[in-house]
Design a protein around this ligand. Structure first.
Ligand code: HMG
Ligand code: MG
Length: 298
């Protein structure tokens, strides 16, 4: 059965912008985040605290967190790879953080320069510091279906990494189809494997739309009881270490589908469209949202 309510995790300001080639000013990032919150988005991944030499676009995340005007009930989260990242996020005022592991060794090396086991080791001190600071930690597993370097990824490998993130104290793990290669059968297989060890309420999906499968995959996930879905405004996104990976599912398209299904989510489509058109104008690029494109033509 489908859930009655879905929590949307907006990753546009982080996943969406991290890969953009043109430098984006802090003010534009801040305005985008404020528009998303105004549209009713209650969870926004607003930046990341990684090595700025690796991902220059996120170098100014400190300033973004400091400048954004906070709305009550909205979580402003940051992506953090280690203790140093966590400390930066905390002093910038992030209200929640996310750590990120992979189900593929090669992707882990390319993305965060260490093995999967080493990455879990680096998360431990960050988890401990988060516990002390009373900050909730979300976990990601990347490459849950396929890896840009290794090809097919076995669901058991994903389950193993996801279970370790939960054991470390994450309250939720988001399953990332980083390159968007999965079809609904793949997504159901991986959710099936993970839900053997992790309650379905604590699993989320993070589906890139590279192969045009994201909405179908989300629907398949909803049918299995998943009720937390990551998406990015205007379908922005990609990972610098997954060549050819395009954007996340567009938040506008997700909201349109949820509206049609009568599933609550708290977001106003009209205001969301405005946030999307704001950022695509600033980036001088076309929207990646089919819904935004369809409604713009009318
Ligand atoms: P490393 O080189 O192995 O780290 O990088 P290190 O500990 O050896 O340190 C090397 C230098 O980096 C040092 O500086 C550290 O201080 C600095 P130096 O002494 O040489 O001047 N450093 C940092 N600086 C700022 N903030 C930090 C930090 N940590 C170390 N937190 C590291 C390891 C993880 C830092 C690096 O590989 C990195 O930054 N990688 C970027 C990864 C990334 O952001 N990828 C994109 C996001 S993941 C994604 O998009 C997937 C996702 O969306 C889900 C999905 O789609 O599947 C989440
Ligand atoms: Mg991603």
């Amino acid at each position: 059965a489908l859930p009655t309510h879905v929590r949307i995790v907006e990753v546009g300001p982080r996943d969406g912008l991290q890969n953009e080639p043109l430098s984006i000013s802090t003010d534009v990032k801040v305005t985008l985040i404020e528009k998303l919150a105004a549209a009713g988005v209650s969870y926004i991944e607003a930046g990341s605290f990684v090595n700025p030499q690796w991902v220059p676009q996120m170098a100014g995340s400190d300033e973004v967190f400091q400048k954004v005007s906070r709305q009550p009930g909205v979580t402003y989260a940051a992506l953090t790879p280690n203790l140093k990242g966590f400390e930066r996020a905390l002093s910038a005022g992030a209200t929640e953080v996310a750590i990120f592991a992979a189900a593929s060794e090669t992707f882990s090396q390319k993305n965060i320069n260490c093995t999967i086991d080493e990455s879990l080791g680096r998360f431990e001190p960050a988890m401990a510091a988060a516990r002390d600071a009373n900050i909730r930690v979300r976990g990601y597993v990347s490459c849950v279906v396929g890896c840009p370097y290794e090809g097919d990824v076995p669901p058991d490998k994903v389950r193993h990494v996801a279970a370790q993130l939960m054991q470390m104290g994450c309250y939720e793990v988001s399953l990332g189809d980083t390159t968007g290669v999965g079809t609904p059968a793949d997504i159901q297989r991986v959710i099936d494997a993970c839900s053997a060890e992790i309650p379905i309420e604590q699993l989320a999906v993070h589906l890139h739309d590279t192969y045009g499968q994201a909405l179908a995959n989300i629907y398949a996930a909803l049918e299995m009881g998943i009720s937390v879905v990551d998406s990015a405004i205007a379908g922005l996104g990609g990972c610098p270490y997954a060549k050819g990976a395009s954007g996340n599912v567009a938040t506008e398209d997700l909201v349109y589908m949820l509206n049609g299904l009568g599933i609550e989510h708290g977001v106003d489509l009209g205001e969301l469209l405005e946030a999307g058109s704001y950022i695509t104008t600033k980036l001088a690029r076309d929207t990646g949202s089919k819904v935004a494109a369809a409604l713009a033509d009318r």
